[in-house]
Design a protein around this ligand. Structure first.
Ligand code: F55
Length: 815
């Protein structure tokens, strides 16, 4: 039941009605008088009230969806990193002021109440978070777009730092229940694995019969995606795996209890855990099961709903449905849709193929070769016998066509095959089976066209496009930086907050010259820095100096992202201060955070190095207020929301050509941090937007990196030998400087013996120089605040609203 105000059509929202409903709900969930209630009860009560309001609107949306008036977009993704939802729902409902004031009057701590929500970590990083931003923007813009993924029982591990090392702890996010999902057992479907396929003639037509398979039940849990102050409520559908029958009765009756239980846990294992690697392909059978699981279940429901609306026919499907695949993990959508159309719906191959290509579009998120998915043919053939046959047929026809059109390029044609070297090449499957292939920033899309997928680009030039990523300003700016939101409202009015309208922030530009405005901007930053300092003091006991520059690098730990470059520079500063404690340097606090994949030994060494350096520096009285280093454990969406608004320097220092886009760079920028980075990913577009005077760039370009790499790399030893600073620092990594047991031979060797694949030493000197330049600019606070304002003013294009509008125009064409 929604809280209804009789005077308005909408459910509602007088403060008084809310206050009464809230108190009543708290008493219902706690069974106690309101005065006795705990923060947990208050959280549960508010969550329920919000859900009651939203589900009423959801029902209306769902019935609209059943009528299929508009084209529907479905995002298929193996990750959705949604973050906490309560506050976002409250804001999107337009309830924020009402809730804040009422809770305040009731003496309820709203921040503590929000902290009761376990932040669901159903994604690793950029790729999963992008999906969450896209869902938010799609709903905000009023488009019908839905997510389709997996409801992992355990999300990404919780990171603890013990003895300076990363320790992984299971993330039991469902332990107290989750109030924002609705389970729909009546919409469960069966997913079939293994077994045999045989052909049989039925009514003069050959049919494929899949038998002796292992069935698994896919049960959907739906989470509403509420649009910002509009009446759109879309859905995020996450599938959970269950055994088809809880006990396999025949086995059970024969006394094989353990076997029956084993089947149950094998089925459940499919949605048990999120793979914790964000850029490494592992080739595990369980992962392949996961990929087919949400693809098969998702397509089944979409097809069922479409046919119900279309009098039992799949005709016209691509005009009403877009299947957007987030990287190659859902690429099995291609053969699975073909299987449905050909085997179940009886379409001729060519017609089915045309429908499949028209329905599917594909986004690539990385060019790192180790992340490209290639499944052993045997594995796919055994697990998915019919799907595999279809892949074979797609491949056979593709190669035939290619050899027909390009008879003199047989080698090139075979290099583009889906099936080769005993493997299924998922990116090839995705490109061949989609009408649209895009990179996530201009530079990345260029690299896809000219390097990674250049042969495909030559054959299908019209398929390739580019859509630069974006992030939702509603969470990462309006939600997490209320001070800035109010200042912007007061300065340029409130229109910038309207979905799709963030570019109107450019109206701020004239104010960048206004001393009074800049002072307010500085005060807000200062308050945000104090908030972060308080969080770090409470959680880690480290005291920060809010007068120092907050220089921040937060993201997954990976060699290509070069957290190592950052920490080597910190060691340099430390060495300089030790030899001259009175050096006139601008005090600086380096803040780093991020998780390493549990099996990524090198990345874990980098975490250990950061923590060891932090220990040493923070406990050395010589450098006291001038230099601090903090590694914030367990970086996740909620921690991020405290960090971005407090940052002054945004470190985006990946080896050029490696970071597809980056999205943290955008979150920092819209909160007024200045980017210090390489010309990589979307940094290039940030530079274009703000102008080279308002960003600190350094280092090799992607072309220079490419040229070195095509000539066997560069000689890192030469750089080392010509730079005494590096000699001292690298020596310290292995000579006991950081303590007897704190050697870093692996890192040392990677830089000097293994030729420094990621150009850390090569970019070291320019990095040091640009850091010095940034510090000097900071001395001129007027100049710094002006640059900060200019960054905010130009951040509009990095809203995911803009990304979604681009996808709409270039790819889905919903309108
Ligand atoms: C690729 C393969 C596997 Cl097996 C797992 C993860 C990935 C992957 O690309 N992850 C990822 O997070 N990529 C990031 O996507 C972001 C959103 O597009 C980009 O901004 C970021 O540059 C990219 O690294």
């Amino acid at each position: 039941m929604a809280i209804t105000d009789k005077n308005t059509k909408h459910k509602v929202k007088t403060k008084e009605a809310f206050r009464k409903a809230f108190i009543k709900k708290v008493e219902e969930v706690s069974g106690e008088d309101f005065s006795e209630s705990t923060t947990r009860h208050q959280y549960e009560a508010l969550a329920e009230l919000v859900m009651e309001e939203i589900t009423a609107e959801w029902a209306v949306n769902n019935s609209r969806l059943h009528k299929m008036e508009e084209k529907q977009i479905y995002f298929f993704s193996i990750e959705f990193l949604i973050g906490r939802l309560l506050k976002a729902y409250v804001n999107n409902l337009g309830w924020d002021t009402m809730v804040e004031e009422t809770l305040d009057e009731l003496g309820v701590d709203y921040e503590a109440l929000q902290a009761e929500e376990h932040d669901p970590a159903l994604g690793n990083g950029g790729l999963g978070r992008l999906m969450a931003c896209f869902l938010d923007s799609t709903a905000a813009l009023g488009f019908p777009g839905h997510g389709n993924g997996i409801r992992y029982k355990y999300g990404l591990f919780e990171q603890k730092i013990i003895n300076n090392e990363q320790v992984e702890v299971a993330d039991i996010w469902l332990k107290n229940g989750y109030p924002f999902e609705i389970v729909k057992p009546d919409k469960a479907v069966v997913v079939k694995y293994n077994g045999d396929v045989r052909m049989e003639e039925v009514n003069g037509k050959m049919q494929f019969i899949h038998e002796n398979y292992d069935p698994v039940l896919a049960v959907p849990y739906d989470i509403p995606v509420k649009g910002y102050r509009n009446d759109t409520v879309n859905s995020l559908r996450l599938w959970s795996a269950k055994p088809v029958e809880d006990f396999d009765l025949s086995t059970f009756n024969q006394g094989h209890f353990l076997k029956a239980m084993q089947r149950k846990s094998e089925a459940e294992s499919i949605s048990q855990i999120l793979y914790p690697s964000d850029h490494g392909f592992e080739g595990k059978l369980l992962r392949l099961k996961q990929e087919y699981f949400f693809v098969c279940a998702g397509l089944k429901r979409i097809v069922r709903r479409y046919k119900k609306h279309n009098h039992g026919s799949m005709d016209g499907f691509p005009d009403k449905i877009c299947i957007h695949i987030n990287d190659t993990h859902p690429a099995l959508c291609v053969p699975e849709l073909m299987r449905i159309l050909v085997d179940e719906e009886g379409y001729d191959w060519d017609i089915a193929w045309d429908m499949t290509i028209k329905s599917i579009s594909f986004t690539n998120h990385t060019v790192l070769p180790e992340a490209l998915e290639k499944w052993p043919i045997d594995m796919v053939q055994k697990l998915l016998p019919r799907v595999y046959q279809i892949i074979e047929e797609i491949n056979r026809r593709f190669i035939n066509d290619m050899n027909w059109f390009y008879p003199e390029q047989v080698d090139r044609n075979y290099s583009m095959a889906i099936l080769k070297d005993g493997q299924v090449h998922m990116a090839h499957l995705a490109i061949i089976g989609s009408h649209s292939v895009n990179g996530v920033a201009e530079l990345h899309s260029k690299i896809l066209r000219e390097e990674t997928f250049k042969d495909f680009y030559a054959v299908f030039p019209d398929r390739f496009t580019s859509v630069t990523n974006g992030v939702t300003q509603r969470r990462f700016m309006m939600g997490s930086n209320p001070g800035l939101k109010t200042l912007l409202d007061d300065t340029i009015g409130t229109d910038w907050k309207k979905p799709g309208n963030m570019c109107s922030l450019e109206a701020l530009l004239p104010h960048a010259e206004d001393a009074a405005f800049c002072k307010k901007l500085a005060d807000i930053k200062r308050a945000n820095k104090e908030r972060l300092a308080k969080y770090i003091k409470e959680t880690q006991g480290i005291i920060l100096n809010p007068d120092s520059i907050f220089d921040v690098q937060v993201k997954r730990i990976h060699e290509y992202k070069r957290q190592l470059l950052n920490i080597l520079h910190v060691i340099l500063t430390y060495n300089q201060l030790r030899s001259n404690p009175n050096a006139d340097i601008v005090p600086k606090t380096y803040i780093l955070a991020g998780k390493a994949a549990p099996s990524y030994v090198y990345a874990k060494e980098v975490i250990r190095l950061i923590n060891v350096v932090a220990d040493r520096v923070n406990n050395d009285p010589l450098v006291k207020d001038k230099l601090k280093v903090v590694f914030v454990p367990n970086f996740n969406v909620s921690v991020a929301e405290i960090i971005y608004p407090a940052a002054e320097i945004s470190e985006q220092i990946s080896t050029a050509g490696k970071e597809a886009s980056g999205t943290g760079n955008m979150k920092f920028m819209m909160n007024g941090a200045l980017t210090l980075g390489t010309m990589d990913g979307a940094n290039v577009e940030i530079a274009e937007a703000v102008g080279m005077d308002n960003i600190f760039t350094f280092g090799l370009s992607d072309t220079e990196v490419y040229n070195y790499n095509t000539h066997g790399g560069y000689r890192s030893l030469e750089v080392y030998e010509s730079d005494s600073r590096l000699q001292e620092i690298l020596g310290q990594l292995i000579n006991g400087f950081f303590g007897e047991s704190a050697g870093f031979q692996m890192i040392y060797d990677s830089l000097l013996l293994h030729n420094d694949t990621y150009f850390v030493l090569k970019d070291f000197a320019p990095y040091v120089d640009i850091q010095d330049i940034a510090s000097n600019v900071y001395r001129d606070q007027k100049q710094w605040q002006k640059m900060s304002a200019i960054n905010i003013a130009h951040s509009g294009i990095f809203s995911s609203d803009r990304s979604i509008e681009d996808y709409e125009k270039r790819v889905w064409k919903v309108k």
